[in-house]
Design a protein around this ligand. Structure first.
Ligand code: SAH
Length: 476
């Protein structure tokens, strides 16, 4: 982060704008909106500024800038086309620790101004740290279109009831829950529909009738977080993550995904690395029950899809036995994500008519798979957790009839900015894994569809992108 985002109170503070053109005028209007007392120093004024000055809304001194203009100012903006004046203003202001902005010259600024969406008192500010004002404006336009103007009125309504709600509910948790109900429920809907009076009445009633000591009802959301790329989260996953009080996650949840959780939500890491389980499955199940019974809304985040090699079934069984309510949200499973991001269609009219997802996790080094059914021409096999048994997997498939030359793809950390795709064949698979030092999480795709990778691969990790490895957060 190159800039620290803040909103400044400038009501009745003296501010200086150097320059009297259109650009200066836009800044003056904003400053005036924030209640600042604005002095414009410029030999001449554009029409809008002239009319503001004539109406007494700003002060104007018709001359060039003097050093002493900065004295006693809370904030300074330079918007002249004279480079020397702009630099001088910037230098003097910074020497005196007065915040200064020089329009379109980030190197001369101690603060920059964001693109804003004004739903006063709600203000949304977008900044690209000065790197692309156009992008900031595009983002702003996008946000504009889906933040109803009524949000300003909703915030005002909340403000006028703030003290009453504070008196009514003694803990911050109770208050937060109450307000979440208001902001997402009938009151907000009424307000959006323009029925402000009724919204007020309903809100008053809700405060009166609220249970003095509501027992918060805990819930568990078993959420598939997908294979790594945060863009692959579902809308529902995102919504629940932003609502949850606690996020329980394991090693396969990519760090950029955790960034979407509510800022103040508790994050609990529960393992599991091969042979190094931070918490046993039984303990995880019990933890979820305990948190829900404490009234917490818990997101149990799982890599990929919770119902595909995710032990999601076991977790909800325990919840059900303990009377805890829950929801399950599917996610994009690793097979699907990794195949797509490596340009390998899992089925293809010419190469494969079926696909099977298999666990390659070998109990005690022995394998209990129906190799005969797997080693089928025209079938793609995707092995999850197969890395430690590649030797056995490949020899069994060859022994059961697949050609030794059958192509195999290893996709490591698929869909993330660390994705590696390594192509091999059944007979050289073990060697490849050792030579390339392939690490989990890796999925293994076996079948003729792998040939398509060469032609269809499209995903390139972006330079400078987020490459934090899996399982990188603080552990419990
Ligand atoms: N529920 C998960 C699978 C959990 S089993 C899902 O639906 O995807 C764990 C295995 O999934 C890993 O050993 C690896 O084989 C695979 N896997 C998960 N995420 C992966 C990723 N980003 N890249 C490659 N393989 C991944």
């Amino acid at each position: 982060m190159d800039f620290f985002p803040v909103f400044m109170r400038l009501k009745n503070d003296n501010c200086l704008v150097v320059g009297g053109g259109k650009v200066a005028s836009r800044k003056v209007v904003l400053l005036a909106k924030a209640g600042a007392r604005v002095l414009v120093v410029a030999p001449a004024l554009c029409e809008e500024l002239a009319s503001m000055a004539a109406g007494g809304r700003i002060d104007h001194e018709a001359r060039i800038f003097e050093d002493s203009d900065i004295d006693g100012k809370a904030l300074v903006i330079a918007a002249t086309d004279d480079q020397a004046v702009n630099s001088r203003v910037s230098q003097l202001a910074r020497d005196r620790h007065v915040p200064v902005n020089v329009v379109d010259q980030p190197e001369l600024c101690s603060f920059i101004m964001p693109s804003t969406i004004d739903r006063s008192p709600v203000q949304i500010a977008v900044s690209t740290g000065g790197s692309s004002p156009v992008l900031a404006r595009l983002l702003r336009a996008r946000l504009e279109s889906y933040i109803p103007s009524a949000y300003g009125r909703l915030a005002k309504l909340a403000e006028s009831f703030r003290d009453r709600v504070k008196r009514r509910f003694s803990t911050t948790d109770q208050r937060r829950q109450f307000w979440e109900g208001v902001m997402q429920g009938e009151v907000a809907e009424l307000l959006f529909a323009g029925r402000d009076e009724l919204a007020r009445t309903v809100l008053e009633k809700a405060i009166e009738e609220a249970d003095d000591n509501p027992r918060p009802i805990g819930e568990v959301y078993l959420v598939g977080a997908g294979p790594g790329d945060p863009d692959l989260l579902t809308f529902r996953a995102l919504r629940l993550m932003q609502m949850a009080d606690v996020v329980v996650y394991d090693r396969l949840v990519a760090p950029p995904i955790l960034d979407f959780a509510r800022r103040d939500a508790e994050q609990i890491y529960v393992g599991k690395e091969r042979d190094n389980h931070a918490l046993s499955q039984e303990n995880i199940n019990q933890l979820l029950v305990r948190l829900a019974k404490e009234g917490k809304r818990v997101v149990r985040l799982k890599g990929g899809d919770p119902f595909i090699f995710g032990r999601g079934g076991e977790e909800i069984e325990t919840l059900m036995d303990n009377g805890v309510t829950f929801q399950v949200v599917p996610g994009i499973t690793a097979a699907s994500g990794c195949a797509t991001y490596s340009g390998i269609p899992l089925t293809h009219r010419d190469y494969a008519q079926s696909v099977v997802f298999v666990t390659g996790h070998l109990q005690d080094g022995s394998v209990d798979l129906n190799w005969k059914a797997l080693a089928h021409p025209g079938q793609t096999i995707v092995f999850y957790m197969g890395l430690h048994g590649v030797g056995i997997l490949s020899s069994e498939l060859i022994n059961h009839g697949l050609a030794a030359s059958t192509p195999v793809a290893l996709v490591q950390q698929g869909t993330t900015q660390n994705q590696r795709v390594i192509i091999s064949t059944l007979e050289s698979l073990e060697q490849t894994v050792n030579r390339e030092q392939v690490k989990p999480p890796t999925i293994i795709i076996v079948g003729d569809v792998v040939e398509l990778h060469e032609k269809l691969h499209w995903f390139e990790p972006a330079p400078g992108a987020d490459t934090r490895p899996f399982g990188g957060k603080a552990h419990v």
